[in-house]
Design a protein around this ligand. Structure first.
Ligand code: LMR
Length: 296
C-alpha cells in the first residue's frame, strides 16, 4: 500500500512491533506518509479519517487446521477492530482478510448493524487470492500467458466453498473433466498447500499481501471514480438464495460495491460444486452472525 499512488496516508496498527515496521516502510520513496500505532490506546487514532481499512489481523493456520479452527481467536479480534472502525471511520471501505472470512464478514456486518452504521456496500471479504491462484494454475495448465488470463472464482474463502468457474475462463480452452477437477481442487486447497509447505510457520503472507493490495487498489480506484473497476469479493448478496453473503463479481465505485453480478452460466460440474458449498457456507455465515449477536 506504501507503493500505491492513491495512498496519501498509511496508518499501520498492531498490538506490538508497529514502530519498527512503520520506520522500515516509511523509507520507500513514494508519497504516502506512514505512521505506526500500537495497542488499544492508539487504535482510534490509527482509524480516524481512513477511507479504506484493511484487516489481516489474527492468528494463521498450522498444518492440519481448517480456517474455521481459527474462529475462536480471530472472531473476537475482528469484532474489536470492526467496533473501533464503526466508531472512528464509519464511512470507510472495510477489507476483511482475517480468517475464517466466511464467518468474520458476517461478524463485521452484525457489529456494524448493532452500531447503526452498517452499509453493505462498504463491507468486503477479500477473496482476491483465490482469483490470483486460479489464474496462475489455469495459465500453467493451459500454456497461456498468465498476464492475459481471467478466471472467475465465486462462493466463499474456505475449501469447497471456493468455486472457480473455469468454464468462464479467458482465453477459453476446453478442459478435460480430470483437468477441471484437478485445477478446482488445487485452487480450493491453495491456502493449505502454503500452510503445509511452511510446516508450522504460518500461512500465505506474500501472495496474500499481493492479493490484498490488488483488492485495496481496486477499492481506491473505485472511490476515485475510475470507471469499470470490477473484482470478485465476498459481500452481502442475493445472488444465491439462502446465502446472505457470497463472493461474486462486484463493480466498485465512489460508494463502494455499486453492483453485485450474477454468476453467469455454470457447467454441470460447477453446478454440483455450487450445491456442495451451500451447507458449509451457510453454517459459517450463521456461526459468525450468532457470535456477533451474542455480544462480548
Ligand atoms: C489463504 O488462502 O492462503 C489464506 O486464507 C490463509 C489460509 O489459512 O489458507
Amino acid at each position: 500500500m506504501k507503493m500505491n499512488p492513491y495512498v496519501s496516508s498509511l496508518a499501520l496498527y498492531d498490538v506490538v512491533g508497529t514502530p519498527g515496521v512503520a520506520a522500515d516502510i516509511s523509507h520507500i520513496n513514494s508519497k504516502a506518509q506512514v505512521k505506526g500505532y500500537t495497542g488499544d490506546a492508539e487504535l482510534a487514532e490509527a482509524l480516524k479519517g481512513a477511507d479504506v481499512v484493511i484487516i489481516p489481523a489474527g492468528v494463521p493456520r498450522k498444518p492440519g487446521m481448517t480456517r474455521d479452527d481459527l474462529f475462536n481467536i480471530n472472531a473476537s479480534i475482528v469484532r474489536t477492530l470492526i467496533t473501533a472502525a464503526a466508531e472512528h471511520c464509519p464511512k470507510a471501505l472495510l477489507n476483511v482478510i482475517s480468517n475464517p472470512v466466511n464467518s468474520t464478514v458476517p461478524i463485521a456486518a452484525a457489529v456494524l448493524k448493532a452500531k447503526g452504521v452498517y452499509d453493505p456496500k462498504r463491507l468486503f471479504g477479500v477473496t482476491t487470492l483465490d482469483v490470483v491462484r486460479a489464474r496462475t494454475f489455469y495459465a500453467e495448465a493451459q500454456g497461456e500467458d498468465v498476464a492475459d488470463v481471467e478466471v472467475p472464482v465465486v462462493g466463499g474463502h474456505a475449501g469447497v466453498t471456493i468455486l472457480p468457474l473455469f468454464s468462464q475462463a479467458s482465453p477459453f480452452k476446453e478442459l478435460s473433466a480430470e483437468k477441471a477437477e484437478a485445477l478446482t481442487r488445487r485452487t480450493q486447497d491453495g491456502g493449505t498447500e502454503v500452510v503445509q509447505a511452511k510446516a508450522g510457520k504460518g500461512s500465505a503472507t506474500l501472495s496474500m499481501a499481493y492479493a490484498g493490495a490488488l483488492f485495496a487498489d481496486a477499492c481506491l480506484r473505485g472511490l476515485n471514480g475510475e470507471p469499470g473497476v470490477e473484482e470478485f469479493c465476498f459481500v452481502q448478496s442475493t445472488v444465491v438464495p439462502g446465502l446472505p453473503f457470497f463472493s461474486s463479481k462486484v463493480k466498485l465505485g465512489p460508494t463502494g460495491a455499486e453492483r453485485v453480478y450474477d454468476l453467469g452460466d455454470l457447467n454441470d460440474y460447477e453446478k454440483a460444486g455450487l450445491e456442495l458449498l451451500k451447507p458449509e457456507l451457510k453454517a459459517s455465515i450463521d456461526k459468525g452472525t450468532k457470535f456477533a449477536e451474542q455480544g462480548p
